[in-house]
Design a binder for this molecule. Structure first.
Ligand SMILES: Nc1ncnc2c1ncn2[C@@H]1O[C@H](COP(=O)(O)OP(=O)(O)OP(=O)(O)O)[C@@H](O)[C@H]1O
Ligand SMILES: O=P(O)(O)OC[C@H]1O[C@](O)(CO)[C@@H](O)[C@@H]1O
Ligand SMILES: [Mg+2]
Length: 530
């Protein structure tokens, strides 16, 4: 793709190079920073580097052109695969999608919409969106994400999503498939619906749903034919009309199945694991010289995917979680010495627990995987609970499922994808709380609520519904534009295409030094439990 990085702005006044606090830029860890040491807290490295490894070259921040080199590497990493990389002679055709048309495309428009110089609403292939929008003037600015010790402003552009004027598939030749993998998430049906409706706008007739995640690629599982009529009202319910699953056949078997079924566009809705699979499928298709577009749509209530503002389903999960917290509050508040404990999802990230606690304003203690805590001892959770009971007579605890796993007995059990099955921290807190209050001779009425599956099985709320609509549409536009190995995301409120490889390097987590976590702590009023 053409390079469009704008000329760098004039250099900022360079602050002194004393060691500074520094937050790693998402996606940067893989660059392998050299010469920096970590502080006692894993999440707050102290910057002391004057060089950085970028791709195969060493960047020296003392050199005048380090920024251009960094940007060049960034552009290479965020370049998105295109069918013409493999098939340079492939010629595009005018798009059959236009903002002037609101109905499924008719036969006379199958050769494209007339381009009479008027606005058809197309995105240019060279349009870009800024990945980072804050110019930190000093490394000590709150939340500063620095590349070099001076925290110099470096523009990082990613590809803008949307319909293109030229497309690389004839609609009548498209044989599309949609698959939903991993756990459930509010909005899956909304995305499926939008993909199908957008396909109709292009004039595509052959759209199949692959049932039960990647397992649906096994020979004996029949696919589901999708059309506007089938998907019209599916967003009114939660779940996925295709079903979801973890585990399934190997990448080789999936691609064999795609070849047998003649699938040339594949839409994969799922989380980090699913996207790792999607990337491997894309690579395998390229290895076999298949003219296939593989497009991901990130799905997770946990909001643990890098680089995007949020994933669909997260807002709904937070809203629903608040209901559970409110019930716990009412139970606790209405009982004599009542303690309500609510466990929410979040295997490795505490975003749902943090946001639900903040939004409800009813939580006294919020526990997340990113922040270690003790239950026992003078600074532990239990002694704070006793203080709360003595001072305000009731308390609410909100705990993410991945929190405090070090306090539980290790289990060797794994799910179908090999994810470790976590110990139940909610039950553990409930039991330890009961025991503790008995031992100290203070009556306490402990009520435990585990709403996990109720939260993710609901239909998407309005804001997620709209997010799903735009993501689903842009997934189809990306495939028609000839891109593959991409995923769709919202970035600084604009929609973009990321190369899948860049969003799955590790799960996104709550930064314990962030202002948002601090806001949560000021809302709960909890101390550190260490
Ligand atoms: N590294 C990988 N390579 C190929 N396929 C993978 C990989 N990791 C996971 N998968 C496939 O993706 C499927 C879904 O993965 P996983 O169970 O981790 O859910 P997920 O997409 O992360 O969603 P959730 O957010 O619900 O956990 C797995 O069943 C497996 O078939
Ligand atoms: O019970 P299941 O279906 O494996 O899903 C549980 C997982 O789903 C997630 O919410 C991700 O979707 C994780 O936080 C959680 O561990
Ligand atoms: Mg996962």
């Amino acid at each position: 793709m053409a390079s469009i990085i704008a000329p760098p702005p004039p250099a900022l006044a360079s602050p002194s190079r004393k060691p500074c606090s520094w937050s790693p830029i998402p996606g940067q860890r893989r660059l392998g920073l050299k010469g920096w040491r970590t502080n006692r807290r894993r999440d707050r490295p102290v910057f002391a580097a004057s060089t950085m490894e970028v791709g195969s070259q060493e960047l020296d921040f003392g050199e005048p052109d380090w920024k251009q080199k960094y940007q060049g590497d960034f552009e290479r990493r965020f370049n998105i695969s295109h069918l013409t990389d493999l098939f340079p002679d492939l010629s595009p055709m005018p798009s059959t999608f236009s903002l002037k048309s609101r109905r499924p495309v008719t036969d006379e428009l199958l050769n494209g919409h007339p381009l009479d110089g008027q606005w058809n609403g197309y995105v240019n292939n060279n349009d870009r969106v800024l990945l980072k929008v804050i110019n930190y003037s000093t490394p000590t600015s709150a939340g500063a994400e620095c590349i070099d010790p001076a925290c110099t402003w470096v523009e990082q552009w990613v590809h803008r999503a949307g319909p293109r004027e030229k497309i690389f598939f004839k609609p009548e030749e498209v044989n599309a498939a949609i698959v939903t993998c991993g756990g459930l998430c509010p909005g899956l049906n909304d995305v499926i619906r939008q993909i199908v409706i957008t396909f109709e706008m292009y004039g595509v007739k052959k759209i199949a749903g692959v049932p039960f995640g990647y397992r649906g690629f096994l020979k004996e599982v029949p696919e589901i034919s999708l059309s506007r009529r089938v998907v019209q009202n599916i967003h009114l319910g939660g779940g996925s009309i295709l079903g979801v699953a973890r585990g399934g056949p190997s990448v080789k078997e999936i691609v064999d199945s795609m070849q047998e079924r003649d699938i040339n566009m594949l839409f994969i809705l799922g989380g980090n694991g699913t996207h790792a699979g999607a990337n491997a499928i894309h690579e395998e298709c390229r290895r076999r010289w298949m003219r296939v577009a593989v497009v991901g749509v990130p799905k997770t209530i946990d909001n643990d995917i890098l680089l995007m503002d949020k994933t669909f389903g997260f807002d709904t999960a937070v809203e629903e979680a608040q209901r559970a917290i409110n019930s716990a509050y009412i139970e606790a508040h209405s009982a004599y010495h009542g303690i309500g404990v609510v466990k929410l999802m979040g295997r490795s990230s505490g975003f749902i627990a943090m946001h639900a606690s903040l939004a409800s304003g009813q939580v006294d203690i919020c526990l997340i995987p990113e922040v270690p805590f003790n239950l026992h001892g003078p600074n532990g959770v239990l002694s704070h609970l006793k203080y709360l009971i003595e001072t305000k007579r009731s308390a609410v605890v909100c705990v993410a499922e991945g929190a405090g796993q070090n306090l539980l007995q290790k289990t060797r059990a794994r799910d179908a994808n090999g994810n470790i099955i976590l110990g139940d921290i909610g039950v553990h807190i409930q039991q330890e709380t009961k025991k503790f209050f008995k031992e100290v001779g203070v009556p306490a009425d402990v009520k435990y609520i585990d709403p996990t599956y109720m939260i993710r099985a609901v239909r998407a709320n309005a804001s997620d519904g709209i997010l799903c609509t735009v993501l689903g549409q842009n997934a189809v536009h990306g495939a028609f534009a000839g891109f593959s190995g991409i995923t769709v995301g919202i970035c600084n409120t604009h929609f973009v295409y990321f190369p899948i490889s860049e969003v799955i390097s590790y799960p996104r987590q709550v930064d314990p030094n962030s202002r948002m976590w601090h806001r949560c702590l000021t809302s709960t009023g909890q101390p550190d439990f260490i």
